[in-house]
Design a protein around this ligand. Sequence first.
Ligand SMILES: NC(=O)c1ccc[n+]([C@@H]2O[C@H](COP(=O)([O-])OP(=O)(O)OC[C@H]3O[C@@H](n4cnc5c(N)ncnc54)[C@H](OP(=O)(O)O)[C@@H]3O)[C@@H](O)[C@H]2O)c1
Length: 250
Amino acid sequence: MTQSLASKTALITGGTTGIGLATARLFLAEGARVAVTGQNPDTLTAVRAELPKALVLRADARKVEDAARAVDEVGKAFGGLDVLFLNAGVARFAPIDGFDEAFYDDMMNVNVKGVIFTLQKALPLLRKGGSVILNTSVVASRGVANASVYSATKGALSALTRALATELAPRGIRVNSVSPGPIATPIYGKLGMPSEAVSAFETSMKSKVPLARFGEADEVAQAVLFLATSTGSFVNGSEIAVDGGLASST
Ligand SMILES: NC(=O)c1ccc[n+]([C@@H]2O[C@H](COP(=O)([O-])OP(=O)(O)OC[C@H]3O[C@@H](n4cnc5c(N)ncnc54)[C@H](OP(=O)(O)O)[C@@H]3O)[C@@H](O)[C@H]2O)c1
């Protein structure tokens, strides 16, 4: 079997559950040396047990000093980086008149500030030929009620993908994003809504997806792998929708 990431190194933020964990498993199977970050002690412990070959780092995406420390540890362990998957994110839903400043700050800090400063700190490690992948969302291009702040964070990442693809191309670094639709991950247990409201939301999302189902984290990981490897060598500034057709449907 070919190993498309043999001798490559990768850092995956939010690599302890869901899409990040599925990507870590795939990258390891493809021969990469992989580091993952997270902040929850329980999920960090679980991933250390499941992926003993991975470098598992505690780093809160909201804290620039944590990003700097994690990147420093990756540099010491790997010497450089070929792939950076900026995946850590939180989703909380509330109507526009139903949240406070802390709700806004928390999502912006994890989803936008964390991405920008982790990339800034990791840039000196990224080798020529490197690939940076952001994780946006279908909500950046399709209106979803009660998801205003979350959508704003993901819209910011869409714009960031295009700006950075242009800015980092002269350094030989490609920047792209994956834009998942509804994917079955633990994120749905953390939306801050009652479980009946989450179930109703899931049913409604499923009915809108042309392929009529939720995606699997592995299906997003495959798109990330394409962008990470030389197979995607002329893809830059793109956003790959992994959403069963949701963004392009009426
Ligand atoms: N699932 C979907 O339907 C969907 C759709 C579109 C986009 N996405 C995006 O996909 C990405 C991954 O989400 P997921 O669905 O895989 O959800 P998930 O299973 O909840 O994974 C989120 C990951 O982010 C990490 N994380 C959260 N807050 C953090 C913080 N402050 N510092 C460091 N790490 C933090 C979590 O680590 P801890 O366990 O340590 O908190 C976890 O590893 C997110 O950016 C999300 O917006 C998901």
